[in-house]
Write a protein that binds this ligand. Structure first.
Ligand code: AMP
Length: 398
């Protein structure tokens, strides 16, 4: 069985074709500048096939999908003989609201429900819907499955997901914490249990997804019980460009002081804040590491704030779960930056965490970075959201 995994953005579309017999990625790629001009980078991972990296006209997502199918089935670049070999498509969908606590087969009713979640994710869900419709237009009756970023967090208890606002805003408007990166937290926590050789139902895990966007999740006996992103991905930790937790009074103060509109204010909070805003250097942690090593104090402050926040939120989850068996680092920063992992892990001395410095230098694989006598295990686990989407799609169409 071969499954196409699609992650559609407003002007981009990422894809992977996965062979479910071996879980090997047969090809992957990225369409960019959809609706502007269009560019496709297609990388087959099968011997003897060539990389395609050229401009292709993509006025809409339908042309993008058609170009992807064309390359996947081409003798020169392709990895299958015809579209008939693609058994199903799994789509990443950002927001499933309270309607979806797990992945689902896409039907007309499911499409309607995803559309109803647009107010919660006005930038992302419309793009995801466009991607699904484009696939349906090009691929006809091939079964399609939606996998939601929010679904894994639907197990949170009300005490964790409710905001202390008038209750009517929850009841009438769905205002609550939803959380994001759920597919990633789900993958790394289940992989962590495998690496520990224990059922996930016996473990308490803090999962730290640290990339350009960052969130933590508390996973108690396999169920998410808290997470740091909220109604939107803006809150929780300071991120690449997002501010993380913030006193709403600051918003009123700055809007009054500078006459910002709410859109201008949100643009500052989403795009100009976080480690970029504090450092004035970059949102990229590699640039921050370099600047801090050269003595840039604000770059060092931005890094210190990030480490402190991860440790502080993780500590609150240890309290929420009344203990912790393992801590997992994942995503761009978590998988690649040994110094970041070491700086955060220093805060966990009270838990009896001990880091093996040599193991912490390794990259690109599942690694246990705690020492054998560490009271809490610490792992680096490269996330694989596409594989979760493909597995869910396989299970649902079966
Ligand atoms: P993601 O959003 O998961 O793709 O992660 C992107 C982030 O990973 C970027 O901000 C990069 O700074 C960060 N990153 C990638 N490689 C490294 C590295 N070697 N050291 C520090 N940060 C890294």
């Amino acid at each position: 069985m071969k499954i196409l995994v699609i992650n559609a953005g407003s002007s981009s579309l990422k894809y992977q074709l996965i062979d479910m017999e071996t879980e090997a990625v047969l090809a992957k790629g990225l369409c960019e500048r959809i609706g502007i001009d269009g560019h496709l980078k297609h990388t087959p991972l099968v011997e003897g096939r060539e990389v395609f990296n050229e401009d292709v006209a993509m006025p809409t997502h339908s042309e993008a999908i058609a170009a992807v199918i064309d390359k996947l089935t081409s003798p020169q670049y392709g990895v299958v003989n015809s579209m008939k070999e693609i058994d199903a498509v799994g789509h990443r969908v950002v927001h499933g609201g309270e309607k979806f606590a797990s992945s689902v087969l896409i039907t007309d009713d499911v499409m309607k429900a995803i559309e109803e979640c647009i107010p919660f994710a006005p930038l992302h869900n419309p793009a995801n819907i466009t991607g699904i419709k484009a696939c349906q237009a090009v691929m006809g009756k091939v079964p399609m499955v939606a996998v939601f970023d929010t679904a894994f967090h639907q197990t949170m208890p009300a005490k964790a997901y409710m905001y202390a606002l008038p209750y009517q805003y929850y009841l009438s408007n769905g205002v609550r914490r939803y959380g994001f990166h759920g597919t990633s937290h789900r993958y790394v926590s289940s992989r962590c249990a495998e690496l520990m050789g224990k059922p996930i139902e016996e473990l308490k895990i803090v999962s730290c997804h640290m990339g350009n966007g960052s969130s933590l999740a508390a996973i108690d006996h396999g169920k998410c019980v808290d997470t740091s992103m909220g109604f939107t991905p803006l809150v929780g930790l300071p991120m690449g460009t997002r501010c993380g937790d913030l006193d709403a009074g600051v918003i009123q103060y700055l809007m009054n002081k500078y006459g910002y509109s709410i859109d201008e204010m949100l643009n500052i909070l989403n795009k100009k804040s976080g480690v970029l805003g504090v450092s004035g250097v970059s949102s990229d942690f590699r640039d921050l590491d370099k600047a801090a090593a050269e003595g840039n104090e604000r770059a060092q402050l931005a890094l210190d704030m990030f480490h402190y926040w991860v440790a502080k939120v993780a500590g609150s989850y240890v309290a929420a779960m009344n203990g912790v068996d393992a801590i997992v680092y994942t995503a761009g920063v978590g998988e690649n930056s040994g110094p970041t992992r070491a700086a955060i892990s220093k805060y966990f001395g009270y838990l009896g965490v001990k880091i093996d410095e040599e193991a912490n230098k390794k990259r690109g694989e599942d690694i246990e970075i705690s020492t054998p006598d560490s009271k809490v295990k610490v792992f680096v686990i490269p996330t694989n959201e596409e594989l979760v989407i493909a597995r869910d799609t396989r299970d649902i169409i079966a």
